[in-house]
Write a protein that binds this ligand. Structure first.
Ligand code: FES
Ligand code: FES
Length: 162
């Protein structure tokens, strides 16, 4: 291994992991190259589109902006793949499909992550709260209305199942 590589350890999708990264590698690149986790997408690469969203310590971040080398032991990184068994995320994903909110799909991992963070903290969001929560995520296809309807539906379904 080259001397330029930095060894890091953290929790990824609930498992303790170790890997080596170059100083410039972003969390997004690390997920895709080192762990073959490809749900988070690179859209703008500049923190503007939200396609690369992942959760770090329960907060959504743009993984294209964070250097992997800054991850510390104790950090909890969760990509969309880490939500496969989560009932709230399942409701969100199903509502997106039912409302026709998925077209090309490129923005969807980031959109569902933002939706998840909203509904985790606000079980009954109004239209303003939904728009606000999704404001960091760009969709080129849907015009947002179907996505907003999907978030509303997921909120209603999650509440009904409680
Ligand atoms: S790719 Fe990260 S915000 Fe657009
Ligand atoms: S569904 Fe295509 S960018 Fe959102």
């Amino acid at each position: 291994m080259s001397n330029n590589l930095i060894k890091i350890s953290f929790s990824l999708n609930g498992n303790k992991v170790e890997t080596e990264v170059s100083p410039q590698l972003t969390v997004l690149e690390m997920l895709r190259r080192n762990f073959r986790l490809t749900a988070a997408k690179e859209g703008c690469g500049k923190g503007e589109c939200g396609a690369c969203s992942v959760m770090l310590n329960d907060q959504p971040i743009n993984s294209c902006l964070k250097l992997a080398a800054t991850l510390k032991p104790g950090d909890r990184l969760v990509s969309v793949e880490g939500f496969n068994e989560d009932p709230l995320m399942k409701n969100i994903q199903e509502a997106y499909v039912e409302e026709g909110a998925v077209q090309c799909g490129f923005c969807i991992p980031g959109m569902t992550m933002a939706s998840y963070h909203l509904l985790k903290h606000n079980a009954k969001p109004d239209e303003h709260a939904i728009k606000q929560a999704l404001s960091g995520n760009i969709c080129r296809c849907t015009g947002y209305r179907k996505i907003e309807a999907a978030v509303k539906k997921a909120a209603e379904r999650t509440k009904a199942n409680e």
